[in-house]
Design a protein around this ligand. Structure first.
Ligand code: GDP
Length: 463
């Protein structure tokens, strides 16, 4: 009698564990998070109906019975705005959804039939899927935890080229006269901090991504709070550390250092502790084509930002992250988004380029035994692949509609397979306009390889 009981208990425990999955989507601003999560929910809700998910075995085999939204557990996190996103995509003419700005969550229960039903299983099982969306900019703050205030100042002083520095000219003028030993004046610090934040925002609008502190870009409910009123002090590198430490509590230096510590302890750490640490799976979205379109300085900047961001997935035992938070992500995907901006035969090149760009972080991840897969996807495909006759030869092309409603037929160019060199930028053989979403026919959004992404991220839980 005891044997079957213990087996049943084990089964129950196992099923309990398998029936819930916390999947997080991140990426820098405009990398396509909102589009991705909208499409993911949409595909699962239409699974077994109109959705085309051939690369997801549970769907291909007709075992995916559907998904339903249910109330989320964590009442402190805003709900992901799926309905407004679908309303924008269903409008005439269709519009891209408004991007989300902070963390948001949506819970789905997925019903499926197991590939091999167990002896006491009913016909179908349920998987609870908690989906999270949060700004990749927040991950840029992880390296900040490794610093104290003076070393952070030093790390920020050496950043970037001329184009980037130009955005900080006002801040530089404002901070130039600030004496670290002088008595702190709240209003003045707030003003200089606002120049710093404006510099970060300007740099981001110009397409730069390697920007810290992340919350200065997406302050949410912290707008105007003193915790966001600090900045690096230039010239600290040459100062004597002991003399700095001896400055009075009310000095500019000590005030800024205190705010920096507060930011570390009360903003950065809680995100990792309360959210990040609890994610099971993660997908990082990268707008690689956007960076290629924008030129070499932005491309370099994206590479730096990603290297920084990927540190949040380095689970090597000695990594900062493991020491601080013991996270448990057991599978990671990295996806180049908006693949419908290039013709289909370019997609393998897009993946090769993504792998080349992330070669170092990927090596670390594989070394640390985190299974990771690189893909290219279009969460919401907005173009159609065509062939056109050009000088008597058939060449691939894309057809779509521009944002202003003009019809487009184009060949956007070749994606370099390796990191682009000077010759590539000199040729600059790559340019594409943005497409308007296609009018929605039937219930499911058109996509490219969302099913492959889904298979990697949740497919094993639908077996
Ligand atoms: P977020 O800031 O990371 O949430 O990015 P969004 O999801 O708002 O995407 C930013 C913009 O990229 C959108 O407004 C679209 O213009 C474009 N975009 C996102 N996903 C796709 C896609 O799959 N195909 C195409 N063509 N454009 C996309």
């Amino acid at each position: 009698m005891r044997q079957p009981l213990s087996r049943e208990l084990k089964d129950l425990l196992e099923r309990g564990r398998d029936r819930q999955l916390r999947l997080a989507v991140t990426g820098l601003s405009r990398s396509g998070k909102t589009a991705f999560l909208t499409s993911l929910v949409n595909q699962l809700r239409h699974a077994g109906l109109e959705a085309r998910l051939d690369l997801l075995p549970a769907a291909r085999e007709g075992r995916l019975l559907g998904a339903r939204r249910v109330n989320q557990q964590d009442l402190g996190v805003p709900r992901f705005p799926y309905d407004p996103a679908m309303a924008a995509l269903s409008a005439t003419p269709p519009r891209w959804p408004e991007p989300t700005r902070g963390i948001s969550e949506l819970r789905l229960t997925i019903r499926y039939r197991p590939a091999r039903p167990g002896w006491f299983e009913g016909d179908s099982r349920q998987l609870t899927l908690d989906l999270f969306d949060y700004p990749g900019e927040w991950l840029l703050d992880l390296p900040l935890l490794a610093h104290d205030y003076p070393s952070w100042c030093r790390s920020q002083a050496s950043l970037g080229g001329e184009q980037r520095a130009a955005h900080f000219a006002d801040w530089q003028a404002a901070v130039a006269g600030l004496d670290p030993a002088g008595e702190a004046d709240e209003a003045r610090l707030a003003e200089i901090a606002e120049h710093y934040a404006a510099g970060l925002r300007g740099a981001r609008e110009a397409g730069f991504a390697d920007l810290q502190p992340g919350r200065f870009l997406l302050p949410g409910d912290l707008t105007g709070a003193p915790v966001l009123q600090f900045f690096p002090l230039p010239g600290i590198a040459e100062a004597d550390p002991e003399a700095l430490a001896a400055l009075p509590e009310t000095s500019n230096y000590a005030t800024l250092a205190r705010r920096f510590r507060y930011y570390q302890q009360h903003i950065v750490r809680p995100f990792y502790r309360d959210h990040f640490r609890r994610f099971d799976r993660q997908i990082v979205l990268v707008d690689l084509l956007g960076a290629l379109n924008a030129g070499p300085e932005r491309f370099q900047d994206l590479a730096r930002a990603l290297a920084n961001l990927m540190q949040s997935f380095d689970y090597g035992r000695r990594s900062l992250l493991s020491r601080l938070f013991a996270p448990r992500i057991d599978r990671l995907a990295i996806a180049a988004t908006k693949a419908d901006h290039v013709t289909p035969e370019q997609h393998p090149r897009l993946v090769a380029l993504l792998e080349a760009l992330l070669a170092e972080p990927l090596k670390d991840l594989r070394f640390a035994d985190v299974p990771v897969r690189a893909l290219s996807v279009a969460a919401i495909r907005a173009s159609e692949a065509r062939e056109v006759e050009h000088h008597g030869r058939r060449t691939p092309a894309l057809r779509g509609t521009g944002l202003d409603g003009e019809p487009l037929l184009l060949f956007p160019g070749e994606v370099p397979e390796r990191l682009p060199d000077d010759a590539f930028w000199a040729r600059q053989g790559f340019a594409f306009p943005a497409f308007r979403p296609l009018p929605l026919e039937g219930g499911a959004l058109p996509h490219i390889r969302m099913d492959a992404a889904l298979d990697w991220l949740i497919g094993d839980k639908l077996q």
